[in-house]
Design a protein around this ligand. Sequence first.
Ligand code: ADP
Length: 214
Amino acid sequence: MNIVLFGPPGAGKGTQAYKLVKELKMIKISTGDLLREEVEKKTTLGQKIKSIIDKGLLVSDQMINDLIEKILSNHNYANKLIFDGYPRTIDQAKNLDYLLKENNQKISCVLSLNVDKESVIKRILSRQICLKCGHIFNKFSNPSNKENHKCDLKYLNTRSDDNENTIRHRFETYTKETFPILDYYRSQNLLHEIDGMLEINEILEEIRAIIHSL
Ligand code: ADP
């Protein structure tokens, strides 16, 4: 099974992906995380990527397609993939179909988390990410505590693109370039829409039910 988690920035894709990885022993592919890893290396490429991310724009399809091609050629990952924040353009979606087909795989379902713009902006402004384990928290609605998080609090961090100005640009980019992919997947009967305003565990329940029904 290969799953695409779809939705605007801050919809909760990363949170659900984290849970699904644990529960279903799948592998999460977040192009955002992969790009941030390159930024952390402080290479020339990393600096270019950072300036694009901080403007709320998308990096080139070519760069993303190359990243994904490497991942899909790893047979250990076959049919275990959860894509988080990818594909983000029609070109990426078509390239993913092509690469999966070449590797005798396909997308099993596209789970779209629907959340309105003002709610995602609020969520993102209080988002915290653990630099050590990658777990995502929210200062207000889902704070880190001793029960849900083992790492030291000093690892909790906010992303440089999680400020209001960049978020508004990210949302515009999403509406213009990413949202149209929904029709592409709808026409292939792969799309499942989920109310992303529900509680984290209610969303997980819905996802479980969809996966069970496949
Ligand atoms: P979010 O889901 O909160 O928008 P991500 O971590 O998925 O955040 O992505 C952060 C940034 O990385 C995006 O705003 C964009 O600049 C870049 N990025 C991530 N994935 C892609 C992609 N598939 N194509 C182009 N740019 C991407």
